[in-house]
Ligand binder design. Structure first.
Ligand SMILES: NC(=O)c1ccc[n+]([C@@H]2O[C@H](COP(=O)([O-])OP(=O)(O)OC[C@H]3O[C@@H](n4cnc5c(N)ncnc54)[C@H](OP(=O)(O)O)[C@@H]3O)[C@@H](O)[C@H]2O)c1
Length: 257
């Protein structure tokens, strides 16, 4: 029996990166996974990966930044296996720019995916979880949700909002059987931070950028997708029943408190 045996989890942003890694670890631990993102082909790749672990998996294409699509997605997830035990709010976007180069459209775009969708999905999931008296919400925030970073002010604003929502929602539903926590990764190998693109923008090599980034990490390496996924398993499982409103940093020791 896995640590998430027979649970049903809705995972946003499951088409690649951290979301795909979470989907796979959840499947290994016995969860049935409702996988969503906008890229159907990539979602299908995730589905093929996870069904190999003997669980049920379903792909649903939706843009979470569109409220009507997000609501239809949750309804489809609830109908799929008759309920939802875990919501993993993982989908997110990152548009790096110096502060003065941002347009208000950038603010709108990032906030709609990273904040509005997380808020809406959290509300919808809680309404359902209240009817059962149990549920887990795992938000993938970031170290950018707790501290400052250069050239990504809007991203940091959005992740600070996710951290704030995590704490407030956790407080309101702490005595209702609903645990709401966040994972705050540092820079993750294989995720959205494309070191090659970053290197090109600085006129440097990927190796130079990797070295500069890693030099800030006490462990001397980046965190892996699987390490983040393990934490998401813990927060989705009964092992974390006594924990809510926490925003747990996983960063190889970068930022210790
Ligand atoms: N990678 C890191 O170093 C790092 C560090 C800290 C926090 N995080 C956070 O971890 C989460 C996952 O990051 P990642 O590195 O795995 O990023 P990624 O590789 O870029 O994946 C992002 C996922 O979000 C989905 N997505 C984006 N916009 C969407 C939308 N409008 N509707 C539905 N799905 C959407 C993407 O799917 P489609 O393209 O198919 O829609 C994709 O599956 C994000 O919230 C990110 O902020 C990442």
């Amino acid at each position: 029996m896995g640590r998430l045996a027979d649970r049903t989890a809705l995972i946003t942003g499951a088409s690649r990166g951290i979301g795909r890694a979470i989907a796979e670890r959840y499947a290994v631990e016995g969860a049935n996974v409702f996988l969503t993102a906008t890229n159907h082909e990539k979602l299908e790749e995730t589905r093929k990966l996870v069904v190999g672990h003997g669980v049920h998996a379903h792909c649903h294409v939706a843009d979470v930044s569109e409220p009507s699509s997000a609501e239809a997605m949750v309804n489809a997830a609830l109908a799929w296996r008759g309920g939802l035990d875990i919501l993993v709010n993982n989908a997110g976007i990152h548009i790096p720019k110096p502060l003065l180069d941002y347009a208000l459209d950038d603010l709108d775009r990032i906030m709609r995916v990273n904040v509005h969708a997380v808020f809406q999905l959290t509300q919808l999931a809680i309404r359902h979880m209240l009817t059962r008296g149990v549920g887990k919400i795992v938000n993938i925030a970031s170290t950018a949700g707790k501290w400052e970073s250069p050239n990504q002010a809007i991203y940091n604003m959005s992740k600070h909002a996710v951290v704030g929502l995590t704490r407030c929602a956790a407080l309101e539903f702490a005595d209702k059987g609903i645990n709401i926590n966040a994972v705050c990764p540092g820079i993750v190998e294989g995720g959205m931070f494309d070191l090659e693109k970053l290197a090109a923008s600085y006129g440097a090599t990927k190796e130079q950028v990797q070295k500069a980034v890693v030099s800030r990490v006490p462990m001397g390496r980046l965190v892996t997708l699987e390490e983040v996924a393990h934490l998401a398993v813990y927060l989705g499982s009964a092992e974390s029943d006594g924990m809510t409103g926490q925003t747990i940093t996983i960063s190889g020791g970068m930022r210790m408190g």
